[in-house]
Design a protein around this ligand. Structure first.
Ligand SMILES: [Zn+2]
Ligand SMILES: [Zn+2]
Ligand SMILES: [Zn+2]
Length: 116
């Protein structure tokens, strides 16, 4: 087995126990704590019941929900045929969303296709 230089290994392998967060600027800026997430007006009024865009269009597709961490907009993920969360990013440029599903708190940067 050939020795591999450490700097190369660091790029190739990302052990789970590395404490240094390897986040892009968008994920670094977005709230890390779900309690600090922005809440949209609709979610504040009615709670997170479903995709705000599906509701606006009068359609309903059961799909996992994502919350925009720039404005709090809640929209359906790519398992919905309408993919409103992705369309929200494309329309607004808001780069980071968080899973709005119970028990999930992962974030996703659309710009870098990166979880954090
Ligand atoms: Zn990013
Ligand atoms: Zn939707
Ligand atoms: Zn947004």
């Amino acid at each position: 087995m050939k020795p591999i230089r450490r700097s190369v290994m660091h790029r190739l392998i990302k052990p789970a126990d590395v404490m240094e967060p390897d986040l892009c600027p968008e994920l670094t800026q977005a709230p890390a704590d779900p309690a600090q997430d922005p809440v949209s007006e609709a979610a504040r009024d009615e709670g997170v019941a479903g995709c705000e865009d599906c509701a606006g269009e009068g359609v309903h597709h059961p799909a996992a929900l994502r919350r925009c961490l720039t404005c709090g907009h809640v929209a359906c993920c790519d398992s919905s045929p309408l993919r409103h969360a992705t369309r929200h990013f494309e329309a607004s440029g808001h780069p980071v969303m968080r899973s709005a599903e119970p028990g999930e708190s992962w974030r996703w940067c659309y710009l870098h296709a990166r979880m954090g």
